[in-house]
Design a protein around this ligand. Structure first.
Ligand SMILES: Nc1ncnc2c1ncn2[C@@H]1O[C@H](COP(=O)(O)OP(=O)(O)O)[C@@H](O)[C@H]1O
Ligand SMILES: O=P(O)(O)O[C@H]1O[C@H](CO)[C@@H](O[C@H]2O[C@H](CO)[C@@H](O)[C@H](O)[C@H]2O)[C@H](O)[C@H]1O
Length: 480
């Protein structure tokens, strides 16, 4: 097909970088509108995308060069959507996309394709998910190996670390809140998807723990970020590279396996309690701590109430339990009435079995993914909080395993969950953490808050799983 004068005019000329092409985003928008909502990491499921706006575009490899080689562009785009029932304002979440651009996409990459833009600077080329192309993933590692800036992006490496070149790349099979690529069983790069401006706790906390010589968390070796929006502000973390623990299995798989063969899990759970307490102790040493008094406890309880109300509006199934669940939050607020204070510190923020890895040989636990609950604002995720909040979250995870494993919540599985929960709490207290049994109001409030979060999470991401947190809602509402 011959090129018209108007398409020629919109074609990029060598002196106009891709990010300056006025029609870059409009030409990609139809492709993104079909592809983005299908991605596991897309947080706005169930609400129509009404448009996209471009935050930034950085060409990591030339995208419009002649020849048969792929290009790569990193985009930050805002997806415009109607506000969800849990938020007052119109949302426009920002997502990071790493797109490959190929003049003739090889068939092996066909499943990664978004499509071919009908116009704009990439017209006629195939745009695809770069993180499914090992060659482009290799280029990302190369960028991290040699620190420096490219456009709006800065690639950084811990001083005194060496990164080998040429490690083979493979994306991890399970897509979660973000996308990860493993390099030669040596490193894993997590590319953040939903981007909040500022320092991501998944870089901040593991670096602080490495500084405190805590061996329970793989220490970041390199990362990339975009510049701060305003002078003196923090850069925005976009991806983190850390050592890969090859001979390990995550706690979720291990727990499900134990359930499937009706095996005891109290030993591993107790050891996991130790690991959690060690991480909390190191975080409290490395980063600020505070004491929560009556006003702060009241504020925490008020936020829990607000989340419950918003979630009950979004998921009507929760409504009948709302009044009884509220009593857990009132009891938390009342903890401040007798003048007692509670320690608060930086915590993991989204601790569950899937965030733990256990080595095959010595059965040593590590904790990963310190991002916090991805749906919460960054400032909230970085707040100082009672460490028992993580413990309560992990207790929920044992309950999840018992209810979703092969036996699906039969009496033996539920007893298994109770024994495992006790062993974990015991291990936590044994290794210096505050004994969860000494703070029943705190534990109940945080478990309830987590179950409410899970109701919303499952309603949005995995409606088939909604019954799991709803069972906990019923139990917690009954005051159990
Ligand atoms: N350092 C690591 N070593 C081995 N596997 C890892 C490591 N970090 C993450 N993983 C694997 O990658 C998965 C996703 O990592 P995670 O940090 O939880 O990402 P997400 O934020 O997308 O949930 C984990 O469940 C785990 O299986
Ligand atoms: O790991 P992510 O940061 O993506 O966390 C989100 O997804 C989790 C599910 O993958 C979700 O965890 C919930 O389901 C788990 C089982 O799949 C269970 O072990 C957890 O206890 C339960 O909360 C997590 O809440 C969400 O933030």
């Amino acid at each position: 097909m011959s090129e018209t004068a108007s398409t020629r005019a919109t074609r990029r000329t060598p002196d106009r970088p891709l990010h300056a092409a006025p029609d870059l985003l409009s030409s990609l928008a139809p492709l993104l509108a079909a592809w983005v909502p299908r991605q596991r990491w897309f947080a706005g499921k169930g609400r129509l995308i009404t448009g996209f706006s471009l935050v930034s575009a950085t060409e990591l490899l030339p995208c419009t060069a002649d020849g048969g080689t792929p290009g790569m562009v990193q985009l930050l785009v805002r997806a415009q959507q109607a506000a969800p029932p849990t938020r007052a304002t119109v949302a426009g979440d920002c997502y990071q996309l790493l797109l490959g651009v190929h003049p003739a996409l090889p068939p092996r990459l066909a499943p990664a394709a978004l499509g071919r833009p009908a116009g704009g600077p990439l017209r006629g080329r195939t745009v695809y998910d770069a993180l499914l192309d090992s060659r482009l993933c290799g280029l990302l590692l190369e960028r991290l190996r040699v620190p420096g800036r490219i456009g709006a992006l800065r690639f950084c490496r811990e001083p005194d670390t060496e990164l080998p070149s040429g490690l083979p790349a493979r994306p991890i099979a399970v897509e979660q809140s973000n996308s990860s690529v493993v390099y030669g069983d040596t490193f894993i790069l997590k590319v953040f998807r939903r981007i909040a401006p500022g320092l991501n706790p998944d870089l901040e906390l593991p670096r602080a723990l490495a500084g405190a010589h805590c061996p329970r968390v793989p220490a970041p070796v390199a990362w990339f970020e975009s510049e701060a929006a305003e002078e003196g502000g923090e850069p925005t973390t976009l991806g983190v590279l850390q050592p890969y623990l090859p001979d390990s299995a995550d706690g979720w798989q291990l727990a499900l396996h134990a359930l499937s063969v009706r095996s005891d899990f109290t030993g591993p759970a107790r050891a996991l309690g130790h690991a959690t307490a060690e991480v909390h102790t190191a975080l409290a040493r490395a980063l600020p701590t505070t004491a929560l008094h009556r006003p702060q406890l009241a504020e925490i309880a008020a936020r829990m109430h607000a989340r419950l109300e918003a979630t009950a509006r979004a998921v009507p199934l929760l409504e009948p339990y709302r009044p009884r669940l509220r009593t857990a939050f009132d009891a938390l607020a009342a903890l401040g009435h007798d003048g007692r204070s509670w320690a608060a510190q930086r915590i993991h923020g989204d601790l569950h079995l899937g965030q733990t890895l256990r080595t095959a040989g010595e059965g040593r636990w590590s904790l990963i993914d310190f991002e916090g609950e991805p749906a919460r604002p960054l400032a909230e995720r970085r707040r100082l909080q009672p460490a028992l909040r993580d413990v309560a979250a992990m207790l929920r995870s044992f309950d999840y395993a018992a209810r979703s494993g092969p036996a699906g919540g039969d009496a033996w599985s539920l007893e298994w969950a109770q024994r495992t929960r006790d062993a974990y709490c015991h291990g936590y207290a044994e290794a210096g953490g505050l004994d969860p049994h000494a703070a029943p109001e705190l534990m109940r409030a945080y478990e309830t808050d987590k179950a409410v979060y899970e109701v919303l999470y499952e309603a949005r991401h995995r409606p088939d799983w909604l019954a799991v947190p709803m069972a906990a809602v019923r139990r917690l509402a009954a005051g159990d």
